[in-house]
Write a protein that binds this ligand. Sequence first.
Ligand SMILES: NC(=O)c1ccc[n+]([C@@H]2O[C@H](COP(=O)([O-])OP(=O)(O)OC[C@H]3O[C@@H](n4cnc5c(N)ncnc54)[C@H](O)[C@@H]3O)[C@@H](O)[C@H]2O)c1
Length: 242
Amino acid sequence: MNFDGKVVVVTGASSGMGKSCAEMLLNNGAVVCGFDVNEGCVEHANYRHFQGSVVDEEMVETSTEKIVQEFGRVDGLVNAAGVWGNSKPFFDMDTADFQRILNVNTVGAFVMSKYISKIMIPKKNGKIVNISCIRSTIFRGNMADYAASKGAIVSLTSAMALDLAPFNIQVNAVAPGFIYTGMTKASFDNPEIKKQSEELIPCGRVGVPEDIASVVMFLLSDMSNYMTGTNVFADGGYHIQK
Ligand SMILES: NC(=O)c1ccc[n+]([C@@H]2O[C@H](COP(=O)([O-])OP(=O)(O)OC[C@H]3O[C@@H](n4cnc5c(N)ncnc54)[C@H](O)[C@@H]3O)[C@@H](O)[C@H]2O)c1
């Protein structure tokens, strides 16, 4: 895919799917501006790193101003920053802990989309891709915080798509299944958990970040111009047998 001359902002760019998206975009000609609470670890002449939290509105505003000063445009935004939940029943969860998960996973995508869409709107051009999850619609116990944050991402995606449709900006989400990343490494490094997970996936394997980055690339490209407001599952078929 040709992303020559395009500028794409990727959050969560220092690990997992965000890092893979950043690298795939760079390898296909884009300039990438990565945001992460951690230091940048993508090595490329066309990569700029902005360290801080996606819910730190002042940092996001200042950083997006710098991006406009340097590049004058943003063609795409990938909201991949996220955290796993507290892994306990909702009735044992502190409200502050519940709010922290929604804050990073949902409010973070809102804040980033707000500032980046203001750059895209005057150009009447842009793509926003949010990373949701199979846990937006298929649940297990002990994940009320994470599931609520991802269900909200799916709704936010469709609602933002309507607001931005008149400006030729498409907004879609990708719902990954079980992907081997920094978030899940500890689980999938356990052979028992890995085997149990593989048995639930029709394709028979846990995904890798590139499995998701390639779908994100499609949604950032002109090939998806007639798609907006959707949540695309990329889960090796996990959801079709639930
Ligand atoms: N790994 C999976 O199986 C899986 C499945 C479905 C959905 N997801 C979602 O995919 C997205 C990417 O997760 P991943 O699996 O690549 O995890 P990861 O932990 O490898 O990467 C997440 C990145 O987000 C960054 N981050 C966390 N909080 C942040 C904040 N407040 N501001 C800026 N950056 C922040 C982290 O530092 C990290 O670099 C997340 O939204 C996650 O919920 C993951």
